[in-house]
Design a protein around this ligand. Structure first.
Ligand SMILES: *Cc1c(COP(=O)(O)O)cnc(C)c1O
Length: 348
């Protein structure tokens, strides 16, 4: 979380704008909270330049909830199948969940290469009659990111953008659905944004729960049931912070600079390594290995002492992972590099 956002939340904690209430105490139907929700939604629309023919929803159930929500809304009628491009753990989970609700299949996967690259476009086995093509623009665990938006012709493109949401500009008009859990770049856990093209709503599967039905939620301004009010409010403050700091172009440049610095250091260190194809490296999550795994424990303990936390890599990948989301200042990346250089010198 950006410190400025936490500071503002702290200042408004007990009495939001003279209302005499904390945002946590408001009725979600009251004029105060409705204005907070509307302001956050408008800011997100401005940041992403969301076209008018798209709805912006703030739902619960996480990105994983949308693994089911997407097929339940988009498959049905004459659309029965969906193609998944799998470039890491999250895409693999998404296709597995979708297979409960339709014919979801893996059209391309880089699992044989330990998810260190993006399968070349010629090798994608796409079906022209598929209801949608799903991919994960940034695979959080493996640190693999698409630096372009795939072209899927007339078949709607669906993106699990959880870990790269708001990290750079995107052309929303190229997507059928974008969804993202807030907790990586947009706010606290507990709320999930769904941006959906209006013509894709309105024909959910019969078994679709109302809270996952895009059309019903859009018609109810995402308040079919009580929304995650406080999380929604904090997302709004984060959107405000982004707008005050130059929007997605500006944060995109900062993120490019932060990640390039770290990869350059790793590649030239002779001690650390990153296995990902350089054309598909993530700007948000940078996994790296030490020259000797036996040093991992020392590295983590000494990093913690230096004020650098949560560097342990996911158990399926091992090694380390630096997650350098929007809120991580450039100085934080510099501090990490200084520590890594020093550690390598002492142990190399
Ligand atoms: C974190 C993450 C998820 C899981 O999000 P939840 O909100 O916990 O369901 C899914 N996809 C990606 C790409 C993620 O980074």
């Amino acid at each position: 979380m950006p410190v400025e956002v936490l500071d503002k939340a702290k200042a408004e904690m007990l009495d939001w704008h003279g209302s005499g209430m904390s945002v946590m105490e408001m009725s979600h139907r009251g004029s105060e909270f409705v204005s907070i929700a509307e302001d956050a939604t408008a800011r997100l629309r401005r940041l992403l330049k969301v076209p008018d023919n798209y709805s912006v929803l703030f739902l619960q159930g996480g990105a994983a909830g949308q693994f089911a929500g997407v097929p339940m809304n988009l498959l049905g009628g004459d659309k029965t199948s969906a193609d998944y491009i799998v470039t890491g753990n999250w895409g693999k989970k998404a296709v597995k969940e979708a297979a409960k609700y339709g014919q979801a299949s893996t059209a391309a996967s880089s699992e044989d290469d330990s998810f260190t690259r993006i399968p070349s476009r010629d090798a994608w086995q796409l079906r022209a009659d598929a209801g949608y093509v799903h991919y994960t623009p940034n695979e959080t665990i493996q640190g693999v990111e698409f630096h372009h938006t795939p072209d899927t012709g007339d078949v709607p493109l669906v993106a699990d953008m959880s870990s790269s949401f708001l990290s750079r500009p995107v052309d929303v008009s190229k997507f059928g659905v974008i969804y993202a859990g807030a907790q990586k770049n947009a706010g606290p856990a507990g709320i999930t944004m769904v941006i959906v093209r209006n013509d894709l709503m309105g024909e959910p599967q019969a078994g679709c729960p109302m809270v996952l039905d895009y059309k019903q939620q859009a018609d109810a301004d995402s308040m079919l049931n009580t929304p995650a009010c406080y999380a929604w409010y904090i997302c709004g403050l984060t959107f405000e912070w982004l707008e005050n700091n130059g929007g997605l172009e500006a944060i995109g440049e900062i993120n490019a600079r932060k990640s390039a610095k770290l990869y350059d250091f790793i590649d030239n260190s002779g001690f650390y390594s990153n296995p990902v194809d350089p054309t598909a490296r993530s700007r948000m999550n940078v996994p790296f290995l030490l020259a000797d795994d036996a040093l991992n424990k020392d590295f983590l303990a000494q990093a913690e002492d230096a004020g650098l936390s949560t560097l342990k890599g996911h158990r399926s990948v091992g090694g380390m992972r630096a997650s350098i989301y929007n809120a991580m200042p450039e100085a934080g990346v510099d501090a990490l590099i200084d520590f890594m250089r020093d550690f390598a010198k002492r142990n190399g």
